[in-house]
Design a protein around this ligand. Sequence first.
Ligand code: HEM
Length: 525
Amino acid sequence: FSTVQNLRNFWEFHEVLVGIITFILVWSCIRRPTRYPPGPRGVPILGVLPFLSKYPEREFLVWSKRYGSLLSVSIAWQRWIVLNDYDITMEVLVKNRMIFNMRPAIRFYQEALDPLGIVFSPGGAIWKAHRTFGTRAIRARLLDFYILLFHSIGQERMEKLIMTEIDYFIAELEKHNKKSFDIQDTLTHSIANVMCRFTLGERFDYKDVRFKKLVGCIIHVGKVTKDWKTMFLTLLSPLAHIWPFTRHVNEFKNAMKTFNDQIRIMVEEQQSSFNGIEVRNMIDAYLLKSQSFVSCNEKYTVEVSVQDIVGFFSDLFIAGTETLSSQLRWGFLIMMLNPECQENVRNEIHAVIGGNGRARLSDRYRMPYTCAVIQEIFRFRTLGALSLPRTNVVDVEIEGCKIPKGSKVILNTWAIHNDERNWENPQKFIPERHLDKDNFINSKKVLPFSVGARSCLGEQLARAEIFFFFVATLQQFELKFDPNAQVPSLDDASNGVIFSPNPYTMIVERINEDRSNNNNNSKVI
Ligand code: HEM
């Protein structure tokens, strides 16, 4: 009898215990700090997770119409604040830029990225050193001031640096003239080579074994991060460390480790052959600075280790290759779907620089239609639909809501680019919306590179590369669909860390010489 009684007591005790634990879990999920931004509550423990699709930015936009542009959601017991329109973004990320200048500690990235680099660095002295160095290097390359800033990294200006690589890119395209192929590999090789020139001061033959390995690693990291589950699990939800999701974590870790090893070899080789005086490239410049880095306002000195430098250059390659290649592939796909627009761009290019001339960055002012098309591509197919997370260093009050210190904040760029208050028929590709008569309108509401203290470091380089690659390709080739393949859809995309088109094949056809020469005299649109 006593055994039966003990058993009953045991079960009763456990039922009570389970009840208390469930109550605490449910309560902790539902409870919100006072005056916290509003949002849907979702279900206990999982929050809104069961209601999210492959495109969470779209659900956030729908909810923001009901709860307001400053929206809060809970994704598997992790709270997020989502910024869903232009005004709130300016208020939070620009007006309070020095408060929202950190990245939240995301365990997954801290474990997977060793060294952490710049993109996921929480902030602080090392991030500031990376940011100052990177910004100066890019600006210097653009304006040709780098001799003053970096001794003698090289004499090339950014323009020449990109254009020289474009000659190789065009030669590669010529090999595929009138044949069906996937442009992704060629693009990634060319863009990675621009980064090699930028950092190492030299380019590589596309068949070079080490270069192929480097590009292979970049492509592999890109593939892993394109999986939308990786995005959810790593950035938005804390599920990454729970079986069976650990597979994604391990895949990403391994891909990053192999890639970082390549960059480490590169940096160590530079270090061993560097005499400490004669600066040959950007890595040398940073190795020299790393002895004692002084920020632009000269307020502090920080030691940057070789390990930190490896992380920094790794991030430049990863952040600067896959992004550009995907944005250009969106651009080419849109041009094939809109042949008339493609023809208008080509006519303008031929009228301004001819069929064989080389574009200069300053030609942008004479190509309003082309600039409008590029800006519309940025808006229409937003690569960073959800930008990378930020966190605030102190409590802040925004529009009557309290954002406690250490909140996780994410920018919904897709919502800004699809806001019907800013754009008529936002789901349509209309380059003319960025033109006023024949003048290009540089819209501040197109934000592909985000804003504030952690906005894209490579924005100027990226804008220059997109312009040169886009112009050179359309100047020389007509882009057509492969008649034997299915016409790719604009909705056929992967939405991981970036929103990029799925692989597609296309045909590039050399513009006939007569036509491009005749067009030299055609009128600018
Ligand atoms: C079309 C091309 C590109 C797009 C759309 C893009 C977009 C972005 C976005 C949305 C962010 C996150 C900003 C935030 O936290 O709010 C970012 C960060 C960053 N990007 Fe880019 N990017 C591009 C190309 C590049 C290139 C070419 C480079 C390298 C030179 C680069 C380097 C970086 C770095 C280092 C960060 C982290 C900055 C920091 O945390 O301080 N990106 N980018």
